[in-house]
Design a protein around this ligand. Structure first.
Ligand code: FAD
Length: 298
């Protein structure tokens, strides 16, 4: 199916029946009918035009670090934008394409003596995904450093959104509620010295390794933080640390993470999420919301 994409795109940009487990940090997910990895904005637009003309369902993703793809996979076209990954730096201003990885961007900024992305270095996502999720850590978040976002609408129109138009909130942005593809962003950073910036990044990384189960596949914190509460300690108090369903396990290091302990299916993870939600609702009267985006055929 969708073999006619090869009449529009070079073979290196399209893979058919590709397991999404190969493209998510959870290492979980059934096959997508067609995975397009555009090498240029032209190829991205061509793919969107194809999907619109043929009424093919499509979605876009970055590093797959906040995704749980269901076991039956994805029907239609998944567009991974990680090959759109150039970075330009001039003074305190950074222009980067959405597919650049946050760690690379943070180190590139540091090498130009620019501070402001230290918090992002250990987040294993792309710039685009981080903008969509308003990713944050250690008192930093994307909304504090992004000044403008460039996006393409499903009809191929180019849009430039100011920071206020992006509507950054706690793990929120307007891009969670529209069909735009984020293609690039402008950031404004602050002057500092590279050694001091790198030292902060290393200190943050050490804290992550101490507290988070980075040695296992996961999609990071599973739940959004309810106001006034911390999810990890609540789950721990329920005695669920280490609790498993199939290959999915509540991390013994950080109960806010579910890890793939080997061979986990999306169904295992979804059942574990539902069980945690039920127990937290019973015990604390709080409805935990998933931060992880669940995609694919139910
Ligand atoms: C070990 C670990 C630690 C983590 N730590 C943190 C943390 O400290 N703070 C934090 O906030 N998050 C954290 N995360 C979660 C995740 O890394 C972030 O949410 C990250 O920003 C997601 O980026 P991504 O490129 O992987 O997005 P994906 O997972 O690929 O996609 C996330 C969502 O964004 C959409 N999307 C992605 N790219 C685009 C685009 N270009 N245009 C339009 N929509 C797009 C997708 O459709 C999906 O809905 C962690 C994850 C892991 C595995």
């Amino acid at each position: 199916m969708y073999q006619d994409l090869l009449m529009l795109l070079p073979p290196r940009s399209v893979v058919f029946d590709e397991p999404m487990a190969n493209h998510t940090t959870f290492k979980i997910g059934g096959p997508v009918d067609a995975l397009v990895i555009p090498q240029s904005i032209y190829e991205l637009k061509t793919t969107l035009e194809y999907c619109a003309a043929k009424q093919v369902p499509w979605l876009v993703f970055g590093a797959g670090s906040n995704l749980l793809v269901r076991d039956k996979g994805i029907r239609g076209v998944a567009i991974q934008i990680t090959q759109l990954n150039s970075i330009q730096i001039c003074g305190q201003k950074v222009y980067a394409e959405a597919g650049v990885m946050l760690s690379e961007l943070a180190y590139a900024a540091a090498s130009f003596n620019l501070s402001g992305l230290e918090f992002a270095e250990g987040i294993p996502g792309s710039l685009g995904g981080a903008i969509v999720m308003n990713a944050g850590a250690f008192d930093g978040e994307m909304g504090k450093v992004v000044s403008e976002v460039e996006a393409i609408t499903p009809t191929g129109e180019h849009k430039v959104l100011s920071r206020s138009q992006v509507g950054f909130g706690y793990r929120q942005s307007v891009f969670q509620h529209n069909d735009y593809v984020v293609v690039a962003a402008r950031l404004v950073l602050k002057d500092d010295e590279e050694p001091a910036i790198v030292a902060r990044m290393k200190a943050y990384a050490a804290r992550r390794w101490e507290k988070q189960p980075l040695e296992y596949p996961s999609a990071g914190s599973v739940f959004r933080r309810p106001p006034g509460h911390f999810v990890g300690p609540m789950i721990e108090a329920l005695g669920m640390k280490g609790y498993s369903i199939g290959g999915a396990q509540v991390s013994t290091k950080h109960a806010g993470f579910i890890i793939n302990n080997g061979g986990a299916t999306a169904e295992d993870v979804l059942q574990l999420i539902a069980l945690i939600q039920e127990k937290v609702a019973d015990q604390y009267g709080i409805n935990l919301q998933s931060e992880i985006r669940v995609l694919g055929e139910p």
